[in-house]
Design a protein around this ligand. Structure first.
Ligand code: PGA
Length: 255
């Protein structure tokens, strides 16, 4: 794991966006993995700015999102498809037909999960996957005790996650009980992963994910086994870490 400590959430977001933009510039047909939640908003904002001001081109990009609620239509204001459209897709030149989210409305959800995995594979896998982390250590909706080898499937949301996400709904009872999520095994197959975490509420989860033992009780610890995982944290999210980490990525230059 490469851990980078940034002074604040904005510089964390700028580094995450720059990392994704590098992949796009190197590989204009890259397959990008996106995440929802409050944390990636700054990253998406910076990528939108790069598109508008620097011509960062998403026209050949294909995207796959991590997860979607079961039972919310794509047009529902709290669906993750709507979140992505409102906060990102509608502001860049990513073709709507090239954006993919799990189908939380499918009659046969298991078949839809298999189809999602097959579609990722048909595009050659994900080049770079952006991730947030839950205060309970989840990545996507892989809640504690998720199999570290899991694939895209339906998960029951934990009480903690439903409570955390109730801020987006009229009341806690409206938060769906189930979600379709990429598995930890799916995420681990991305060539590169970038996990971002900001704020004191993430400090315990970050400490467990980076410096704790690998355990299904903190799904993000699986990333310790990923050959190309970058963890970018702001100062507050870093307060539980015992070691100190650099504020920039390692650059090796041959003199
Ligand atoms: P947040 O969610 O970015 O809204 O904190 C992160 C997550 O639960 O993965």
């Amino acid at each position: 794991m490469e851990v980078v400590m940034k002074p604040d959430e904005q510089s964390m977001s700028l580094m995450a966006a720059a990392t994704i933009a590098d992949v796009i510039r190197r590989k204009p047909r890259a397959v990008l993995g996106f995440a929802t939640g409050s944390t990636p908003l700054g990253t998406y904002g910076e990528l939108i700015r790069m598109h508008r001001e620097e011509g960062l081109d998403f026209s050949q990009i294909v995207s796959f999102n991590l997860d979607e609620y079961v039972g919310l239509a794509p047009s529902h204001p709290q669906s993750y498809r709507r979140f992505m459209e409102d906060n990102f897709f509608n502001h860049i030149n990513l073709r709507p037909e090239n954006t993919n989210l799990p189908d939380g409305m499918a009659d046969d959800i298991e078949a839809a999960c298999r189809a999602y995995e097959a579609k990722i594979a048909s595009f050659g896998g994900i080049d770079i996957q952006l991730l947030g982390i839950g205060a309970n250590g989840h990545i996507a909706f892989n809640e504690p005790s998720s199999s570290l080898g899991s694939r895209t499937r339906v998960k029951t949301l934990s009480d903690k996650t439903r409570k955390d996400n109730s801020r987006f709904f009229a009341n806690a009872a409206e938060v769906p009980r189930y979600a379709v999520t990429m598995g930890i095994g799916t995420i681990m197959e991305a060539r590169e992963v970038v996990l971002i975490a900001g704020g004191a509420s993430k400090a315990d989860a970050v400490a467990a994910a980076v410096e704790g033992p690998i355990t299904a009780m903190c799904p993000a610890t699986a990333l310790q086994l990923h050959p190309h995982a970058l963890v970018i944290v702001d100062r507050e999210a870093a307060t539980g870490l015992r070691y100190s980490y650099p504020s920039e990525r390692l650059k090796v230059t041959k003199d």
